[in-house]
Design a protein around this ligand. Structure first.
Ligand code: FES
Length: 149
């Protein structure tokens, strides 16, 4: 994790207000802002960890705990042509989350991704390491029910 966080910080070197951009990239990478990432960011930017936390906690789109399950819905071209956006909308509506967000109960993180190598059965999604293809919105929600707590 540490190497990735340092790489993200390095990508923003020289930018004026880079803290938010760094936090966004960390959230995208890990699905949340790990405590250790805040320490590294603070160290690299010459801030106190509390200052990084204060900034991050001001914005509702940053989260500080990992989700139990990660849903990755493919919205690559093949899946998109077969209706992946309807699946994304159904998941967003059911669990009250958008791309990059964690459900209120901490159970699901939703990530919309480009291609998960299931172009043979579009539209497709991954739940953790399990892959599912030929989805409809109903089928996707039925699958996700199995991962509810
Ligand atoms: S485009 Fe969706 S799996 Fe490849």
């Amino acid at each position: 994790m540490e190497d990735k966080v340092r790489e993200i910080i390095a990508n923003h070197r020289g930018e004026e207000s880079k803290l938010l951009a760094i936090l966004h990239d960390v959230q995208d990478e890990f699905g949340y802002i790990p405590r250790d990432a805040m320490k590294i960011i603070a160290e690299e930017l010459g801030m106190k960890p509390g200052e990084v936390y204060d900034t991050a906690s001001f914005y509702s789109f940053f989260t500080f705990r990992p989700a139990k399950h990660v849903i990755r819905v493919c919205n690559g071209i093949v899946c998109n042509l077969k209706g992946s956006e309807e699946i994304i909308k159904a998941i967003e509506a059911k669990y009250g989350i958008k791309d990059g967000e964690i459900s209120e109960d901490g159970n699901f993180l939703l990530q919309v991704v480009e291609c998960i190598g299931r172009c043979d059965g579009p539209p497709a999604m991954l739940v953790d390491d399990d892959s599912y293809g030929n989805l409809t919105p109903e089928k996707a929600l039925e699958i996700l029910r199995r991962y509810e707590e």
